[in-house]
Design a protein around this ligand. Structure first.
Ligand SMILES: [Zn+2]
Length: 459
């Protein structure tokens, strides 16, 4: 394609982007303190404030939607599995066209909407405002967060009412609980009553109406019959593998993508990052289209995990533990050996063009859990200082991401060898994972054991 000179409209749009440009990353604070910025002062704050003001969309609604979709991650302009771009997941796929709609409503070029954070947020705000106007939301009612529910549900683009509700409820759950992103954007929790309208009658997302008949903890939200192959496993094909995936998209977005006949993909199960909730989309007897290899598809169960391979924020203990419980149950049911030759990543499927679950997936931890080492230790922080530094990995070379107070009780989800540290309990290289990407040196925690705690997984 030959590049045409920018039209006046495009030049104005580019000027707008420049005006909204997000400043370069703020210099990190001194290492002794937690690195979180004060409330509402992350690097994306100007983008959210500008978009909220321009289109009269509640700022916290925009932040919560972006956090639910991507944890506010741009992914350098790379698309999600369903063709969504940027931190607000502006989509361009056969069924959802929010990217094109944003371009039409803002006048911004699609390339900017895909890759520039400020443009991406502005485009999402324009689309949400248009949807709200179409549902009859009056200017006086725009401050009422609950009244935006219909616009949020439509933005998600789900075809099925239960998936639309799952999507919108995930945004409203975040508004209710509040959250802080790794970049420093914060939303304070508040009482909010979603005005669900017709979606109030859709089955609640906790159970999606029907529960799985294959695995009782799972909700059941069937994929489009265009996206899998009916079979009668294990009599038609032996089930020899469990294939581990990352969705490259949100939980609700992935479940609804499998319901979209245009996607031509599906998985048997999908796990949610925040709490390990699980939804089944394809019966285990049937062949889901997840591995990109027919031989492996016929012989495997495909398990998706909410998140993106390049952002460790999604890889929670809750998701690891819930997924490992399913895999353990599948290995028992189908007689699959609990080893890495049979529990494999998508990347390990012959001919795979995908890299998931990627380097942030902790196989050591996962396989320990699958093999029944599922204990959670606990201990008391023992330091002569007021606080103990929490780091992003098992060593003093990792970034400080927070602190815990002396005397506080911490849970230990798994332990690993890291840098050697001398503390109140002596000298040791054992580090304790006390949360998602949160680690403390074991010599500063009284666990009742010296070093490794029996029954707690290695990670
Ligand atoms: Zn995959």
């Amino acid at each position: 394609m030959i590049a045409a000179p920018p039209s006046r409209r495009a030049r104005l749009a580019l000027a707008l982007i420049t005006a909204l440009a997000v400043p370069a990353a703020v210099a990190a604070p001194a290492a002794a303190d937690p690195v979180r910025s004060p409330a509402g002062t992350g690097p994306l704050t100007p983008a959210f404030d500008a978009a909220a003001a321009r289109y009269d969309v509640p700022r916290d609604l925009l932040v919560a939607l972006g956090y639910a979709e991507t944890r506010l991650d741009m992914h350098a302009g790379a698309p999600s599995a369903s063709g969504g771009y940027g931190l607000m997941h502006l989509a361009s796929n056969p069924q959802v066209r929010t990217l094109d709609e944003a371009a039409a409503r803002t006048g911004l070029p699609a390339a900017a909407l895909r890759t520039e954070p400020a443009a991406n947020v502005l485009g999402a705000a324009a689309v949400l405002r248009a949807y709200a106007d179409q549902t009859g939301l009056t200017p006086a009612a725009r401050d009422d967060l609950g009244r935006w529910y219909g616009a949020v549900a439509r933005y998600g683009g789900a075809r099925e009412p239960s998936a639309a509700r799952l999507y919108a409820d995930s945004v409203y759950d975040l508004l209710r609980t509040g959250f802080a992103s790794d970049q420093g954007e914060t939303v304070t929790g508040r009482a909010v009553t979603p005005q669900r309208g017709a979606l109030e009658r859709a089955s609640s997302p906790g159970d999606m109406g029907t529960l799985s008949t294959d695995y009782p903890p799972a909700a059941w939200a069937p994929a489009s019959t265009s996206n899998y192959t009916v079979a009668s496993r294990p009599s038609s094909h032996r089930v020899n593998y469990v294939v581990i995936h990352m969705t490259q998209g949100s939980y609700a977005g992935s479940i609804s993508w499998f319901q979209n006949p245009a996607s031509q993909v599906s998985a048997h199960y999908t796990f949610r990052s925040s709490d390990g909730a699980v939804t089944q989309s394809v019966r285990e007897k049937d062949i889901a289209w997840h591995a990109g290899n027919w031989t492996y598809n016929t012989q495997s169960i495909g398990i998706e995990h909410e998140g993106y391979v390049d952002n460790p924020a999604w890889f929670t203990d809750a998701m690891y533990r819930a997924s490992a419980a399913l895999t353990r149950s599948l290995t028992t049911k189908y007689g699959i050996p609990r080893d890495r030759s049979h529990i494999i990543g998508h990347v390990e499927v012959p001919g795979a063009t995908h890299t998931d679950p990627g380097p942030n997936w902790n196989w050591t931890y996962y396989m320990q859990l699958v093999n029944g080492v599922t204990g959670i230790g606990s201990g008391t922080v023992n330091t002569s200082s007021a606080n103990l530094n929490v780091r992003s990995g098992p060593g003093t070379g990792y970034a400080i991401v927070g602190s815990v107070a002396a005397g506080a009780t911490v849970s230990v989800y798994c332990q690993a060898a890291g840098t050697t540290v001398t503390g109140p309990s002596g000298t040791s290289n054992v580090w304790n994972r006390i949360g998602t990407n949160r680690w403390v040196a074991d010599v500063y925690v009284n666990t009742g054991h010296s070093g490794y705690i029996p029954g707690v997984p290695r990670c």
